[in-house]
Design a binder for this molecule. Structure first.
Ligand SMILES: [Zn+2]
Length: 140
């Protein structure tokens, strides 16, 4: 459960030293707010039970229960783990950018009022911004 010990009692610099080293493509999306090609991401068609965590810092972001098929080509969620996702205005002036509340890694965008699920929220997230931890691996 407590996989983020390093965040609690240490300074930001130490926490950053624990960030995963990113590949060029990961960096393009996570740091420079790029977007992966639709229908190419690792988790677009992943329907296993588990938790989606930040690729860079490991913070828990989304649960599989909130993942739904939006047909847009990116993993879509209608809710986040409370407090895990930060929303901010996208520089394009239209969309709302979402990022990891812990390390500011770019995740994607959130769209409201589309009516695709009862919550009518769609977090459109780049697979490359996340790792997936299946439930069966969290029990030991
Ligand atoms: Zn993070």
């Amino acid at each position: 459960m407590n996989s983020l010990q390093f965040v609690d009692n240490e300074g930001e610099k130490t926490a950053e030293e624990n960030y995963k080293k990113l590949t060029n493509e990961e960096e393009r999306v996570i740091v420079f707010k790029g977007t992966e090609q639709p229908f190419t991401g690792l988790f677009n068609d992943n329907w296993r039970h588990g938790t989606y965590v930040c690729k860079r810092c490991g913070a828990k972001l989304y649960r599989s229960e909130n993942k739904f098929e939006a047909g847009c080509g990116w993993p879509s969620f209608d809710d986040e783990i409370p407090g895990a996702v930060k929303r901010s205005p996208d520089p394009d002036g239209i969309r709302i950018e979402i990022s990891c509340a812990n390390c500011n890694a770019h995740l994607g965008h959130v769209f409201l009022g589309e009516g695709l699920t009862p919550k009518s929220v769609r977090h459109c997230v780049n697979s490359i911004s996340m790792d997936f931890v299946p439930d069966e691996k969290q029990t030991h």
